[in-house]
Write a protein that binds this ligand. Structure first.
Ligand SMILES: Cc1cc2nc3c(=O)[nH]c(=O)nc-3n(C[C@H](O)[C@H](O)[C@H](O)COP(=O)(O)O)c2cc1C
Length: 197
């Protein structure tokens, strides 16, 4: 076959066939995604600094608008620090049993167009990456609410010395899971809209 014809056949083929996942693609990432669950029961064992750094590194690898990171992380390992956080966070009492906590902060002044919304979106992407990294490392974690509740944000700022121009988005307790928390199946075909709504 002449080179020109061969190229044309290749191009037509590329437009006519859809890409499907090869059966030999490793499913590790999908396994981690579907195994992830909010873990609220911990053994109380501490988590070492190297492991916490690996988790935060995964957070920093997340997408960010215009690659303007606009997010920072406060890592709390001391028991007193965890208890102080728990004291003002009614939905984060599991901090008492966690080995550490990571507080994800959004930095509006460093965000694309200096918009708080972009900083919060970037910090949210980092949070999910970290929750997946925690699962991949066979640890447990859970997003506990801070933003947008003003009183919770004030408590976290006061406890950790976070400046007013920084938004504490969440507190993620991290620790060795006891094993009671299980993933939920949330797949719902009704929420899939093919081609149009
Ligand atoms: C914005 C946000 C706020 C949340 N706040 C809390 C919280 O304060 N305490 C808590 O235990 N879980 C909290 N969660 C975790 C959700 O309850 C949990 O993700 C949901 O029930 C689904 O369960 P799963 O994470 O195991 O899939 C929060 C999650 C998100 C995304």
């Amino acid at each position: 076959m002449k080179k020109g014809i061969f190229m044309a056949v290749l191009m037509v083929g590329a437009f006519c066939t859809s890409v499907s996942a090869a059966s030999d693609v490793p499913d590790d990432a999908l396994t981690v995604i579907h195994s992830r669950k909010s873990v609220r029961h911990f053994t109380g064992r501490s988590v070492d600094a190297d492991t916490l750094t690996r988790i935060v590194r995964a957070g920093m690898a997340a997408p960010a608008a215009e690659n303007m990171q606009a997010r920072s992380f406060v890592i709390v390992t001391a028991k007193e620090g965890l208890e102080a956080l728990a004291a003002g966070l009614p939905y984060a009492k599991m901090l008492d049993q966690a080995g550490a906590a990571i507080v994800v902060c959004a930095l509006p002044e460093k965000a694309y167009q200096k918009k708080a919304e972009f900083a919060i979106l970037n910090a949210t992407c980092a949070s999910e990456n970290m929750l997946l990294a925690i699962e991949a490392l066979k640890l447990g974690g859970v997003w506990t609410a801070v933003y947008p509740e003003e009183n919770l944000m004030a408590h976290v700022r006061d406890t950790l010395g976070i400046p007013e121009n920084v938004i504490p988005l969440n507190v993620i307790p991290v620790g060795e899971p006891t094993g009671v928390d299980r993933p939920k199946d949330k797949f719902n075909p009704e929420n899939m809209h093919w081609e149009k709504w």
